[in-house]
Ligand binder design. Structure first.
Ligand code: CP
Length: 337
């Protein structure tokens, strides 16, 4: 068990070894039990986390802030308009100043081609750990909670378990690629056979595809890509249908910035039949579960009968966001000096 994690940044799960990720999962389960028993676990007494949200959030914001309170510390809920970021203060100066005041910095910045670089720039200049609350590349707080949830349902030996991350239709807005990318770069390392399904224009960042292939090869699991939603669902044990935008395709096609929103929304509208339906859920195994990181676009991405049905584990998944972020906070911001 690797426990020397104090001060380590949590930016992408690929930065952490399997042994270190196992520690996060073990501590998450321990904190979940302690929370259920009402047992105090003030592991970060009087410590401060600065949360910087460049985008909206329900789960990440509230699990991260509640986590700090439950661990005996405090979180500042910040947005760029509350900070001098809005007047151009650099990530370097922001990171250096916040390092003088507290014990951790947590950032959500999903702007395509910008978010991950921004977080890494802050981390480079900070003397305290930086936690990625979602960027354009990864959503590590989500994928580790998802892995915890899958293990709770199916045990820790997931070899041969078919996991499907499928694109879905959602007309409201173009979501980041970081959830599917986070899943394909994490789950093959833990033995799951991962299938990625999407219409051709909704491809992911090449470096995440390469990482998924490499991890699948190293661990003896499978990683496959298909453009057929029905085909992907066949014999799956974990079904994770959710929407994302065509940011990488627009980049590949060198579409001018001013045209991206319009073209992106037109491409989403081409695939209205990519919906998680009761019929499609029946293509999976009898014991198959439905997962979604939320917020779900009900009626577009998924039928109510599925997300509210007996196969859905979306609220267990959302709950585990709390226990896993607390483990990340406690291990990186606390621990022994
Ligand atoms: N799943 C997730 O990150 O949800 P929020 O956008 O509400 O934080």
């Amino acid at each position: 068990m690797k426990t020397m994690l104090r001060g380590k940044d949590w930016i992408e799960t690929v930065d952490w070894s399997v042994e270190e990720l196992e520690t996060v999962l073990e501590v998450s389960s321990d904190l979940k039990k302690r929370f259920a028993l009402g047992e105090p676990h003030r592991l970060l007494q009087d410590k401060t986390l600065f949360m910087m949200f460049f985008e909206q959030s329900t789960r990440t914001r509230n699990s991260t802030e509640a986590g700090m309170t439950q661990l005996g510390g405090h979180a500042h809920d910040l947005t760029p308009d509350k900070m001098q970021i809005s007047h151009g203060e650099t990530p370097k100066d922001t990171g250096m100043v916040l390092s003088r005041y507290g014990h951790g910095i947590a950032i959500r910045n999903c702007f395509y081609g910008v978010g991950n670089k921004y977080i890494r720039e802050v981390a480079h200049h900070s003397s305290i750990p930086v936690i990625n609350l979602q960027c354009d590349v990864d959503h590590p707080c989500q994928s580790i909670a998802d892995l915890m949830t899958i293990r709770e349902k199916f045990g820790s030996n997931l070899r041969g378990t078919k996991f499907v991350i499928s694109w879905t239709y959602a007309p409201a807005y173009a979501r980041p690629l970081s959830v599917p990318q986070g899943l394909i770069t994490l789950l093959p390392r833990f033995g799951l056979d991962v299938t990625l399904a999407h219409p051709p224009e909704f491809n992911l960042m090449p470096r995440t595809i390469e990482a998924a292939k490499k991890y699948a090869k190293e661990s003896g699991s499978k990683f496959e890509i298909t453009h057929d939603m029905d085909e992907s669902f066949k014999d799956a044990v974990v079904l994770y249908p959710k929407s994302w935008g065509c940011h990488q395709y627009l980049e590949d096609q060198k579409v001018p910035e001013a045209d991206r929103k319009k073209i992106g929304m037109e491409l989403i509208a081409k695939y209205k039949n990519w919906v998680c339906t009761e019929r499609r859920m029946k293509l999976g195994k009898k014991e198959a579960v439905y997962m979604h990181p939320l917020p779900a676009d009900r009626g577009a991405e998924v039928e109510d009968a599925v997300i509210d049905g007996p196969q859905s584990i979306v609220f267990d998944q959302a709950e585990n966001r709390l226990h896993t972020v607390k483990a990340i906070q406690a291990l990186t911001m606390g621990g022994r000096p």
